[in-house]
Design a protein around this ligand. Structure first.
Ligand code: TRP
Length: 451
């Protein structure tokens, strides 16, 4: 068998992992969840979730991947025997499912990118209606996925690492640049208070829409968003870590990745809301997150007009597309590497066959945004949560010597005991709670279909 592929450099691995983490979740979901659920109060809750369950699970995935040097299914078998392989199958299923609809949304962003180059015309709501479903949505979904497949088929170093190292710095610069530009605009100030003002009264859900489950939902959103944004719960970080050398310092890497991920998410809000307020469009921020990104922002660029509108709009949707691409790459890589390790296929064949399968599955969410929403509920809402729970239990209780494995490449770090304690006693109850909230949510959504 050919020796396992490896990253070329440490920075290459970091860029690829940050590329996986930074995506639509950061630039789209995070700012709106935050603004809607209490601003700074939500940010603190999110950071607490990242520290208490996100980082421990990321470290668990990295430990498994680097230790076993195998993709998820084989890595679980390696440390836990055959009966843990189904968890790996769940990962692959989640990867397929998420990739199939993620690529549909990414297709919209490509379409918007092209539109931004040309200049937005007409009513943005009509534009969204015409591109989000049906033939155009299918076409851009397929095109986006083809590029993703092409990168993955070129291998870990020559494809994924190269693309991420090239694209991620550009994304950072653009996001920071637009945020700074927005700050210089008169009237942007109110955008900041809308986004991260300290708003406990919005955080605590009371009144008609309040009560226990409403509050439980906000808390589980914070946890779910942390998993999704950090690419956890389906073996993406595990797979990427399987291409690491033994001397890499896993705790440091995980801190760098999580910080960069949070940084981009936070700054994304600093560009979006000040822009919207500076152009006087705050009343157009709709109820749905889809509306905010794909309807309000095009109006912002329209109102800006002239060269500025073209340039800022193009940069914005370009950055969004880049973020989506490097994330989709990691989703496809989980599926591809599993096939390579399990069936011994060549990389090119595995990438194209698996990518084509996800492409076919994505026709459904490209036809109907309702189907897309439901698939997201199942994959992000359920599979990732189950996956994270499984990972916590596996590394916390089943794996023989996780502390011995994670500490390779580090010298004299003493808080690994804390990590294991979090995995054993903090992760399962919190994630278990999230699971209950999500199951209820899915049951309600399913019942609503039959009404
Ligand atoms: N983290 C990405 C985002 O925020 C999405 C993503 C990529 C992902 N790979 C993943 C989510 C693996 C969960 C698991 O958009």
């Amino acid at each position: 068998m050919a020796p396992r592929e490896q990253w070329g450099t440490r920075a290459g691995f970091i860029m690829a992992a940050v590329g996986s983490a930074v995506g639509l979740g950061n630039m789209w979901r995070f700012p709106y969840y935050t603004a809607e659920n209490g601003g700074a109060v939500f940010v603190f809750l999110y950071l607490a979730m990242t520290a208490l369950i996100g980082l421990p699970i990321m470290l668990a995935e990295m430990t498994l991947g680097r230790g076993a040097r195998q993709s998820p299914i084989k890595a679980l078998e390696h440390y836990g025997g055959k009966r843990w392989m189904p968890l790996g199958f769940l990962f692959v299923a989640a990867g397929f499912l998420i990739l199939s609809y993620y690529s549909v949304i990414a297709g919209w962003t490509v379409r918007y990118f092209i539109q931004a180059v040309r200049g937005f015309e007409g009513a943005p709501a009509d534009l969204f209606g015409s591109i989000s479903q049906g033939t155009p949505a299918i076409a851009f979904h397929l095109g986006f996925l083809a590029v993703t497949i092409w990168v993955v088929s070129n291998g870990v170093k020559g494809g994924i690492e190269r693309a991420s190292t090239l694209l991620m710095p550009v994304l950072f610069l653009v996001v920071v640049g637009i945020a700074v530009y927005a700050w210089t605009l008169p009237g942007s100030g109110e955008g900041y208070s809308y986004y991260i003002g300290w708003n406990p009264s919005e955080f605590v859900k009371t009144g008609a829409d309040g009560g226990f489950w409403a509050q439980a939902n906000v808390i589980s959103e914070a946890a779910g968003q942390a998993f999704f944004s950090l690419s956890l719960g389906m073996g993406a970080m595990l797979t990427f870590s399987s291409y690491l050398k033994k001397d890499s310092h896993l705790p440091n890497e995980s801190l760098v990745i999580a910080s960069a991920d949070f940084g981009v998410a936070f700054i994304a809000g600093l560009m979006v809301f000040p822009l919207i307020f500076a152009l006087g469009l705050s009343s157009a921020i709709g109820e749905s997150t889809v509306g905010a990104l794909f309807i309000t922002l095009p109006r912002v660029f329209q109102e800006m007009g002239g060269v500025t509108g073209h340039v800022v709009g193009t940069l914005f949707f370009g950055a969004l597309t880049v973020g989506a691409l490097t994330s989709a790459i990691s989703l496809l890589e989980v599926v591809t590497s599993s096939i390579i390790d399990t069936f011994g296929w060549a990389r090119k064949r595995a990438a194209w066959v698996m990518g084509a399968t996800a492409a076919a599955l994505g026709i459904l969410p490209a036809m109907s945004t309702d189907a897309l929403g439901y698939m997201d509920k199942i994959a992000e809402g359920l599979f990732l949560v189950l996956g994270a729970l499984g990972l916590g239990i596996f590394v916390g209780y089943v794996m023989k010597d996780p502390v011995g494995e994670v500490s390779k490449g580090t010298k004299g770090i003493r808080w690994f005991g804390v990590w294991r304690t979090l995995l054993r006693f903090v992760v399962p109850p919190i994630v278990g709670f999230v699971l209950i909230v999500r199951l209820r949510d899915i049951a309600l959504a399913t019942l609503a279909w039959f009404e």
